[in-house]
Write a protein of this length. Sequence first.
Length: 355
Amino acid sequence: MIRVGVNGYGTIGKRVADAVAAQPDMELVGVTKTSPNYGAEGAVRRGYDLYAAIDDRVDEFEAAGLGVAGTLADLLDAVDVVVDCCPSGVGERNRPTYEAHDVPAIYQGGEDADIADASFNARGSYEAARGAGSLRVVSCNTTGLSRLLAPLDETYGVEKARVTLVRRGGDPSETDRGPINDVVPDPTTVPSHHGPDVNEILPDVDVDTAALRAPVTAMHTHSVNVTLDEEPSTEAVRDLLGGESRVFLIPEGAGIDGAGALKDYAADVGRPRGDLWENCVWEESISVEGRDLYLFQNVHQEADVVPENVDAIRALATDASRAESVARTDESLGVGLDSLLSDGGAARSPLAADD
């Protein structure tokens, strides 16, 4: 049993904690919060042991009626792996603490690549993570692009990938982010950081990315053009992507026209928080002209890295193969979404998300 601690119980941390708690081979020892806010209450209501991320705030938790099991140092002394889900930049400040406690750490994509021994994506770099003492799960956008480009490169070869990312302005709870009423290049230079980050996972794939921010909170949208080494048919690419457990092909007949409908669909099929762990690719957008592939996909920035964090834990702490870990993660969470409206029925047996 792998004993896991989650440092930071926010947008990503609470989802990673739930995912770890659902694994048959993992024990969630506890989670940390910096203050006794509604997030801390949520952790207690779920039955998770709560730890104070800052030593001198223990009394604040006690005064608020939220007793803590200890401090971050106590949590680190009780775990085999810590998953850092703190805001961008805080992980770098936490690294000496993890090292002092000799605890392997997993960081998130908001940190620079050099924070860890290797960057991680289950589809693209699981085996390369073997022997690492720390890992960085790449960002939501990089996760989505790695999942898409890895099977394309393996099957057909990628000569050049060009991606325009329309990014959400902030998560639903981030009231201080934007833009409010605009669409802005972010950054104005090309490539954006996403292309180089993909190369941390797939170093041999030539990829350029340009990014914009829009006044939405639900998901990111990618407009993808990939020049392949071979000339597959449109149907062959659809079949290839349809066989990927963490890619959801949205059928044309589903009437799903954007992020709002996707989130609504996820909630209706029983996903916790309306989460979408898969890349969501519009099936009718997949088009091949010669060697050029075109498609649109959406990435749920709050959720798609969650199964990757679970697999990263196994890559650090066990000898489980990629296939074994991914299958176990997918089964325990219910990853592998298929619409009953897909042509010919579901390509995979639909998996019900655990309660």
